[in-house]
Structure formats: C-alpha cells, structure tokens
Design a protein around this ligand. Structure first.
Ligand code: ACO
Length: 402
C-alpha cells in the first residue's frame, strides 16, 4: 500500500500490485476458479460435466445467458450461428494484403479488428439487438476466419462453411476439405475438438480477458476489443504456450534428453522454462489438463497414433517433473496447453495455428465478459495507477550542455 502523496495526490492510499497477483479488477458471475482445489465452474457448472454432457455452442449459450439452453433455444441459437458463418466478400480480400508466410495470429488480429469496418451498428452497443448481432457474428465467423488464415498460408482455395455440419465439424471442413474431393469429418475427432473449445471457452480475468475488458472500458467496439484480446493471447506466457510447448517437445526430441531439459528448467541462470507447466491461479492440477489428457488418449487411439513420439515424450516429461522436488514445492503441474498441442498436431492442425484455435474458443468468453462489463451500470473506464520510479522534476538543458 502506497501513500498517494508520493505520487502528487493529496490524500489516500493505493496498492501497488505488480502483475495483479492479488487485485480483483471486476465483479463477475461467469466463471469461478478454485486454484487450490483445481476446480473450474462456468456459471456454477463443473467443467467436467459440461465437457461430458454439452456441446461447445450450449456452453457458449450458457456463458452468455447464464443458463443452459432448452432444446428449442439450442436449435434457434445453432441456426443463428450458422446464418452468420460466412465472411463478407471484401473481408475475404483482406487476406491478400498479408504475406503468405504471415503468422496466422497476425492475420487474425487484422481480420477480426476489420470486422468493425463492416458492421457499423456494432458501435452502438447500448442497443441489445446490436450487441446480440455482434456476439453472434463473432462466434459464427471466428472458425471461418481461422480456417481461411490457414488456407491462405497454404496457398489453397478458401472453403465456405456448410450448414449441414455442426460447429466443430464445420471448422474441420473449412480447414481440411479441398474442392477436389468429398470430405467427411471424423466424428471422434470433431467431438474432441468440440471439447477443446469448451475447455478454452472462458477462464475469468486472465491477461487477454483483462485486455478485452480494459479496451472495452473506454467504449471501444466489440470487434476492436476481441482483436486486442487476440493480440494479448498470442504471447508465449499465455495462449502461445501450446505452440511453445510443442516446439519444446520437438527440441527435446527424444525421451533420453528429458532429464537434461528438466535440469535446465530448474537452473536459475537459464531462462528456459518447461512450457505447458505452471499456472498463475492453479496451484494444483489444472482440471482442463486432466480432461485434455483424456481427449489426447481418445484422439491418438482413434487415429492409431498411441505410440506417437511426442506423446510418449510428454508423458515422460510429466512423470519426471511430478516427482521432482523443484516442481512439487512450487506446485508446477501441467496446464491445459501441455496436452492441447499434441491433440491438435494429431488432428493435423499445424503448430502455428494452435493459438488461433484457442482464440476461436476464447472469443466466447471474451465477448461474454465484455457484455457483462458494459451492461453493468457501475462500470468505469479502467485506469490503473503506477508507482513512479523515474527522475524528479528537472529543467531541459541547452543542447550544448547535454
Ligand atoms: N518451468 C520452470 N519453472 C517454473 C515454471 C516453468 N514452466 N513456471 C514457474 N516456474 C518457477 C519460477 O521460476 C519461480 O521459481 P522461484 O520461486 O524459484 O523464482 C516459481 O516457479 C514461480 O513462478 P512465477 O513466474 O512467479 O509464477 P507465475 O504465477 O507468475 O507464472 C506462468 C505463471 C506464467 C504460467 C509460468 O508458470 C510459466 O511461465 N509457465 C510456462 C508457460 C505456460 O505454460 N503458460 C501457459 C499458462 S496457461 C494459459 O495461458 C492457458
């Protein structure tokens, strides 16, 4: 706690909390995490039950509306999402402005931000109907935007969404189908993808969600806010960790080298960290990682990849780390990103797209958190203070004296 007189204020105190370790930035009724128990609830429902019994779109409805949809509401919501899955023809031409080898997250930041140039009513989000349209457009178009970024990277023709497929199947179709042959998404893989989306849908006030809220607190439009969230998610300490984790596994290369990398992770003079390990809030096993581990087994089994080199390597890394005092004392367990990269790789999603898939799913949480904030009559622009440690007031010297 710091006396604000040192900051030029007259009276009062403020807290200096670097990294916001113990500062609550908002009230929220959406997601609850008990980091010590390793528990995650969306609107009160355990993530395990939601992943087992509900589709991602049901979870999206739950997050936004606060209750699970009944059959009629589910149908209506799914239909609305399908209706908005296409991209405006001119928006599709935006892709041509990027280099073919552009990182797909860079493309996503641009394309999602550009949605605000197409849907002007999004600016007037005090109108509930306009807000709903923006929410539907974001949930519906994100799979299309991600898949088109992939196709653009590959130099392949864009595949348009199909109304006969569900959300995850449609994403697979837009990613992997070509005009040359008929494509049938594997139902086990599509289900696994749907569970991955559910596990990533929301996670209270993490860095990207806080970014969305902070951007939205100034009155910025929802598409601009989600684009800001995508930019924040890209970092390797956050959503970029699944990509970094897979790169790390590739670098380790062989089970025989796991010990060497564990040693490096413990060395204070080495900046290397075990990617996919540790979490700011979970000081117990990340419940999403447990579920992801099962998804991993299901997908590898379905695709006949049980003996996958990277999967075996990951299992060995996890085993050694969980028995090592350094990791045990610091409560460093595998997080959701540890397994999600292996699953995505098995499905055929390239490493550079992993964080895009995360962003696709998290868009549901971001937009829900944004809407919760801007409909709260008490919300204010977010404006943190700082602990100033620079020079005291001084006069600009003449050029000759500098
Ligand atoms: N490997 C090795 N050591 C680690 C790791 C790791 N992955 N994570 C934390 N530590 C150590 C730190 O060196 C530190 O040790 P010390 O107390 O001896 O100095 C201690 O554990 C605490 O680390 P902090 O950085 O203070 O923990 P914080 O809560 O700030 O960081 C974070 C959490 C960023 C996730 C961190 O664990 C990390 O960098 N993990 C790797 C990246 C990763 O997997 N990120 C994904 C997060 S989940 C998500 O975004 C979906």
């Amino acid at each position: 706690v710091i006396d604000i007189r040192t900051l030029g204020g007259k009276t009062g105190m403020f807290t200096y909390d670097s990294g916001f370790l113990s500062t609550g930035s908002c009230k929220s009724a959406i997601t609850f995490i008990d980091g010590d128990k390793g528990e995650l609830l969306y609107r009160g429902y355990p993530i395990e039950q939601l992943a087992d019994q509900c589709t991602f779109l049901e979870v999206a409805y739950l997050l936004r509306k606060g209750e699970l949809p009944n059959a009629a509401q589910k149908d209506e919501f799914e239909r609305s999402i399908k209706n908005h899955a296409m991209l405006h023809d001119q928006l599709m031409r935006f892709y041509n402005g990027f280099r073919r080898d552009a990182h797909p997250m860079a493309i996503m930041v641009g394309i999602v931000g550009a949605l605000s140039a197409f849907y002007h009513e999004a600016m007037d989000f005090s109108d509930e109907e306009h807000r709903t349209m923006s929410v539907y457009r974001l949930i519906a178009k994100l799979p299309t935007i991600v898949a088109m970024a992939y196709k653009y990277n590959m130099g392949q023709q864009f595949m348009f969404p199909r109304n006969d497929l569900n959300y995850a199947e449609n994403f697979m179709h837009m990613m992997f189908a070509t005009p040359c042959e008929e494509y049938k998404p594997n139902p086990v893989v599509a289900h696994a993808l749907d569970v991955i989306f559910t596990l990533h849908a929301d996670h209270e006030q993490n860095a990207s969600t806080s970014t969305v809220r902070l951007a939205g607190s100034s009155g910025a439009n929802p598409f601009a806010c989600i684009s800001a969230g995508i930019a924040c998610l890209w970092g390797p300490a956050h959503g970029g960790a699944n990509e970094a984790c897979l790169n790390m596994l590739e670098e380790i290369g062989d089970v025989s080298r796991v010990g060497e990398y564990i040693k490096r992770a413990k060395d204070k003079d080495d900046s290397f960290r075990l990617m996919g390990f540790g979490h700011r809030v979970y000081k117990n096993y990340d419940p999403r990682a447990k579920l992801m581990r099962k998804v991993c087994y299901d997908v590898l089994g379905e695709l006949g990849l049980e003996n996958d080199r990277l999967f075996k390597l990951a299992m060995e890394l996890e085993r050694i780390a969980l028995e090592d005092d350094f990791f045990v004392e610091r409560k460093l367990y595998p997080n959701v990103d540890f397994y999600s990269g292996i699953v995505q790789k098995a499905i055929g999603i390239p490493t550079s797209m992993f964080t895009c898939v995360f962003a696709l799913a998290r868009t549901v949480g971001w937009i829900t958190q944004w809407e919760e904030m801007i409909t709260d009559p008490e919300y204010k622009i977010g404006r943190p203070r700082q602990l100033y440690v620079g020079p005291a007031r001084r006069d600009v010297p003449d050029m000759a004296q500098r």
